[in-house]
Design a protein around this ligand. Structure first.
Ligand SMILES: [Mg+2]
Length: 238
């Protein structure tokens, strides 16, 4: 298919069959190319910093979430009390929550059983299929969905391909699957580049919260939800 020059120049043309955000630009006229599908709408220290009220007001109804290093450390079977409370708060607000993980079934199922959350395991993110299956399961549109995760190449890229609002969180712990460690090297370069170009604001460093380890520190996260950065707004500012 030939591309009309005006469309290509305006950044409004999409190659058939490929989903790409349009016209992503770093504010100095430079196209962000391979980076444009990796920019989350928000970048937060952890799930406790998510402003659930704002999401609800914006019409979001379904929270899709990664598991390892987003909700708990990689392959950690424990469900901390602060996480149970966060799940309770989100459900009380009216949200449905569904785990969408690339990890294998038994690991995800064991965690899901403890929390009572539905799940999709072996999702093969960044493929959008797992996200789309979850949307169908809850009879939601992409506009009503949010994807929360700690990896830009799987969680954010995949969520954006499915048309979801995306929230990147800082990984909970450096211990990870060896393949993830390799991807993290490239991810660090991408995150640094996005930050340098003003397209991503790193969240404040997470400070150790003793209250959290006692299980009673729901509101003791490093960054209050009210201070959440909207990456989308920021990227349009520059
Ligand atoms: Mg993860």
């Amino acid at each position: 298919m030939r591309v009309r020059t005006s469309e290509a120049a305006a950044g409004t043309w999409q190659r058939p069959g490929r989903l790409r955000p349009l016209g992503a630009c770093d504010g100095r006229g430079r196209r962000t190319s391979w980076l444009d599908g990796l920019i989350p709408d928000e970048y937060l220290p952890d799930v406790d910093a998510i402003d659930l009220d704002k999401l609800w007001r914006d019409g979001r109804r379904l929270i899709l979430t990664d598991l390892d290093n987003t909700l708990v450390p990689w392959n950690d079977p424990e469900v901390p009390v602060h996480l149970q409370r966060w799940i309770g708060r989100a459900r009380e607000r009216g949200f449905d929550i569904c785990i969408v993980s690339n990890n294998h079934g038994p690991r995800v199922a064991a965690f899901a059983e403890q929390t009572g959350l539905p799940f999709i395991a072996g999702a093969r993110k960044p493929s959008p299929h797992g996200f789309l299956a979850a949307l169908r399961r809850f009879d939601c549109t992409a506009r009503e969905g949010v994807m929360v995760g700690d990896q830009i190449f799987t969680d954010i890229r995949g969520g954006k391909r499915a048309g979801l609002y995306t929230i990147l969180v800082v990984p909970i712990h450096p211990r990870e699957f060896w393949g993830t460690k390799v991807v993290r090297q490239v991810e660090r370069v991408a995150l640094r580049t996005l930050a340098r170009r003003g397209l991503l604001i790193p969240p404040p460093r997470r400070t150790p919260d003793p209250a959290k380890s006692r299980g009673d520190g729901l509101d003791g996260c490093g960054s209050p939800a009210g201070e959440a950065h909207s990456q989308r707004e920021r990227s349009h500012e520059v």
